[in-house]
Design a protein around this ligand. Structure first.
Ligand code: FES
Length: 143
């Protein structure tokens, strides 16, 4: 695991905000079709902001570290701010990811987007057109 930054290793070993939110306002489930890794993100929304964000991930170290990191970045943000969190933002906050692991961070940003879209759907809020889910691609996923 020498290719990982200390921050990645820290979030991998001590992931933040692991678990479910039983009365979540939105739930996102995304999978990487190549490696089969899966992630769920749960959000609680209050006054238009993400009051709580939790995750469950069955995946590689980078998938766990990026989901842990995105829960910390997203908490307290408005819906629009949270929708704009990109995989690059997540990687930057972790002091970088090796290029072959960048696709793993798609799971985190897409999981969060999926949870927010779920929340919007349940509340009849129209999502902005620029929102795209990126993980359903053919990108190779080496564990
Ligand atoms: Fe599958 Fe990282 S998400 S190897």
């Amino acid at each position: 695991m020498g290719m990982y930054s200390e921050k990645v290793m820290d979030h991998f070993r001590h992931p933040r905000n692991v678990g479910e939110i039983p009365d979540a306002d939105g739930i996102g489930k995304v999978g990487n079709p190549v490696c089969g890794d899966l992630m769920w993100i749960y959000i609680k929304v209050k006054d238009g902001r993400l009051e709580d964000v939790k995750f469950k991930t069955f995946g590689c170290g980078a998938a766990i570290a990026t989901s842990s990191m995105i829960t910390e970045i997203a908490r307290g943000k408005t819906i629009d701010e949270a929708l704009k969190i990109s995989r690059q933002d997540v990687a930057d906050s972790l002091d970088g990811l090796p290029p072959i692991k960048m696709h793993c961070s798609n799971l985190a940003s897409d999981g969060l987007k999926a949870a927010i879209l779920d929340y919007m759907k349940k509340n009849n809020i129209k999502p902005p057109d620029w929102v795209k889910i990126e993980s359903e691609t053919e990108e190779k996923c080496d564990t």
